[in-house]
Structures are given as structure tokens and as C-alpha cells.
Design a protein around this ligand. Structure first.
Ligand code: NIG
Length: 403
């Protein structure tokens, strides 16, 4: 079945030329985009949807979430808002609650969280393990996540469980735990930070992930300066996430990692995307990352929700976009690009085939996956102009209306 969505006031494509079309239309054919252009030239289709002179843009690509968990840490949040500092140790509380939950309960919680994200315009999701921290529990998290999201990241190296020594625990992460999750995950990640894993330990995790043929991601430079960015670039990680505390060398290293990359053809050496998580920064009262400096240096930036119970209990990408514009100095167009194409780039889904045989996401182009959202507004600028308002009017994922 094909669907013509017409009477679009503003169509933000996020294609390579960053075209924004006015009085536009788009045709979805099955799971893919078959045509887009001026409404007056639109071809016929099996069905028609009137966008009502409102704005259409790609669905959000949320490239960093931790959705497989049980429990609640609102008391920790409340204490933080009263002045306590964020400490990675809070992760252990979620590990306890997650281990105690049944498969059905965890599956139900995950489904509900995905539904919330989709209702806010998200059409492509990555999520991580990391609240199991033993072989059986991490394998279960990976299995449940793989049932429901686009891409899964193995984050066994999230925190050292209290009953183990760090090196002993890493023997487990890099051995039996990795083998237990290997078939369900595309990525391996490490939380490289004081209180989590040191530079040397992170290096071991990344080398093991690479050897296992997984793509790499790094949680880095979140709570203070550190080796995260440097390691991510050295190992060719697809993304380094948080990036709150960067120096000029970190920015230069990220920019240099894209040298020779040709976005149009997807050829050349892919570099490391800097993924900013502004909802987390607000919830932990960390300084925002230097996103303006990163973009000015030529570093591709992604925006993601980091939805998790400790540092960022929201999956609202609209909120992240508004914050990036209002607080981080991004233009509306840059923030939308970071939350769509930037996320796709961070997941290697910007071009060609994705890993389940689907298509590229994050930009509206013929042949790409038909993932898009209609706003209850005439232009995408309203996302920051009317922050916090419920602006998602309709969402299509793989050509199907999902909200
Ligand atoms: O991305 N930084 C590490 N992991 C999560 C927080 C996890 C938690 O506190 O539960 C994050 O912010």
C-alpha cells in the first residue's frame, strides 16, 4: 500500500543538502519513502493523508537510552536537587530492582517506555544492557531489548558490582558475559569515568569488543575530564556520549577522526560522533557539553535522551531539541539534525542497509525508511519556540502509523 501525505507546510528533509521544502508532499510505499517534492507535483497513491498545513520532519533517532530496568530513583533525584552530587553508585540500586523483576515485568516496562518515546516522535531506538551485571541478567536484558528496539548495546562495563573486584568482574564481562549476549547486540560500550572504569580497564573492554566484531561506543567525559574521548577516537568508536568536560585536544581529536569521510557516498573512514545528552545534564546539574565548539570544529553531533532511572528519566527528544536550542547555542536546524541524522550517524544507520535488512533512517530521502513525524505546528521552529508543548500530531515508522 502507498500513502500520500500532502498539504505539508514545511518538510524538513535533513538530506545532505539539508533541504526544507514548503507546500510539500511525501509518498510512503510499504516501509520506504517513494517520492517527495512539491505538493502540486505529487503522484497518486492508494491512500491520502492531509497534513493540514503543518510541519513534517524525520522521526527522532534516539541513539542512547537505558530502557531495560525496574525500580525508581526519585528519592536520589530529590536529594540531588537539594544539593547532593550525582554518583555512579546509584546504578547499583537499579541493578537490584532489575534483577528482582520477572521477564514479563521487564518486558512490560520496556514496552511502555518505548510507547512513550514513539508518542513523542521517536522512530528509531538504541538501548543498552547494564542493569544486570551478571552473566544471566545481562543476557536477559540483551534478549528483551533485542525483541523491541532497533539496536542493542552491551554495557556490562557499567559499574563494578559490590561483591567483585574490578579485574575479576572484567574477566567476566570480556569472557562469558560477552559470549552470552553476543548474538543479540551490535555494540559494546564502557563507562570510562572515575567511580566506574579506568582508562586501562576501558581499553581492555574496547579491545575485546573490537576483537569480537562489535561496533564500539563510550560513555566519556561526563563527570569530569578524562580519557573517554581519546580512547573512543583511538578505537574508532562510532560515538562518545556525554562529552561534558572537553578540552581543545578532545575537540580536535573528534574533528580529526572524520578526516576523509564522504557523507554523500558513505565512503572513507567513519569518525566518532559526539553525542550530547542535555536532559541528563539538567538532571545531574552538569555543565552542558561544548556543542557549539564541536559543530564549529566540524564534529558531527547527535542529541539523545539517555532515558534511564538515574540521570535522565525522560525519552522526550523534543525536550532535548528545545534545550539544545535554548541552552546550548544550537540553531533549530542544527538541533533537529543532531536528533535525527546525527543519531543515525552515531548508529551507522545514516546510509544504506541497517542490520535487520531495513533502510537508512534520520533523513527523508527516496529509498530511506519511512520514519517521520507530523507536528501540531506550521514549522519545526515551534519545537523550541513552544518548549514543553505536546507538538507531536502523528508518527509513521516503517511506513505504518504508530501514533
Ligand atoms: O548514561 N553514565 C552512566 N550511565 C547512565 C546513568 C545510569 C544511572 O545512574 O542509572 C548515564 O547517565
Amino acid at each position: 500500500m502507498s500513502l500520500l501525505i500532502t498539504n505539508i507546510a514545511e518538510l524538513t528533509t535533513q538530506d545532505l543538502d539539508r533541504r526544507v521544502l514548503h507546500r510539500a508532499a511525501i509518498v510512503l510505499d510499504g516501509e520506504r519513502i517513494a517520492w517527495l517534492g512539491s505538493a502540486r507535483d505529487a503522484p497518486a497513491a492508494d491512500e491520502m493523508f492531509d497534513a493540514g498545513d503543518r510541519a513534517v520532519l524525520p522521526g527522532w533517532v534516539d541513539s542512547h537510552t537505558h530502557l531495560v530496568f525496574a525500580g525508581d530513583r526519585s528519592a536520589e533525584f530529590e536529594a540531588r536537587m537539594a544539593g547532593a552530587a550525582y554518583q555512579a553508585g546509584g546504578i547499583a540500586e537499579t541493578v537490584r530492582a532489575t534483577r528482582d523483576a520477572s521477564d514479563d515485568e521487564l518486558r512490560r516496562l520496556l514496552t511502555a517506555r518505548i510507547a512513550e518515546a514513539v508518542a513523542g516522535g521517536t522512530t528509531c531506538l538504541e538501548t543498552k544492557t547494564g542493569y544486570g551485571l551478571d552473566v544471566g541478567q545481562e543476557a536477559r536484558s540483551a534478549r528483551l531489548a533485542a525483541e523491541q528496539v532497533d539496536q542493542v548495546t552491551f554495557l556490562g562495563a557499567h559499574l563494578v558490582p559490590a561483591d567483585l573486584d574490578a579485574d575479576e568482574y572484567l574477566d567476566l564481562v570480556c569472557g562469558p558475559m560477552l559470549r552470552a549476549v553476543r548474538d543479540r547486540v551490535q555494540w559494546m560500550d564502557v563507562f570510562c569515568e572515575e567511580g566506574a572504569f579506568s582508562e586501562e580497564q576501558s581499553r581492555r573492554v574496547l579491545a575485546t569488543g573490537r576483537e569480537a566484531g562489535l561496533g564500539l561506543r563510550v560513555h566519556g567525559n561526563q563527570l569530569g575530564p578524562g580519557a573517554g574521548v581519546r580512547l573512543a577516537v583511538e578505537f574508532g568508536a562510532a560515538s562518545v556520549d556525554h562529552v561534558n568536560h572537553l578540552d581543545d585536544q578532545d575537540v580536535a581529536a573528534l574533528a580529526g577522526s572524520w578526516f576523509g569521510w564522504d557523507a554523500a557516498t558513505g565512503t572513507g573512514q567513519r569518525g566518532t560522533v559526539a553525542t550530547c545528552l542535555p536532559a541528563c545534564d539538567l538532571s545531574t546539574r552538569q555543565p552542558f557539553p561544548p556543542a557549539r565548539a564541536l559543530l564549529d570544529a566540524g564534529v558531527p553531533v547527535a542529541l539523545a535522551s539517555n532515558c534511564n532511572p538515574g540521570t535522565s528519566y525522560t525519552s522526550s527528544m523534543g525536550f532535548c531539541v528545545a534545550t539544545a536550542v535554548l541552552q546550548m547555542g544550537l540553531t533549530i536546524s542544527e538541533a533537529i539534525r543532531a536528533a535525527t541524522y546525527g543519531g543515525a550517524l552515531a548508529l551507522g544507520m545514516d546510509i544504506g542497509q541497517d542490520q535487520d535488512g531495513g533502510r537508512a533512517v534520520g533523513s527523508l530521502q527516496v529509498g530511506h525508511r519511512a520514519d517521520l513525524q507530523l507536528l501540531a505546528a506550521p514549522s519545526a521552529a515551534h519545537l523550541a519556540y513552544r518548549p514543553g508543548m505536546p507538538l507531536t500530531a502523528a508518527v509513521w515508522r516503517r511506513g505504518q502509523r504508530v501514533a
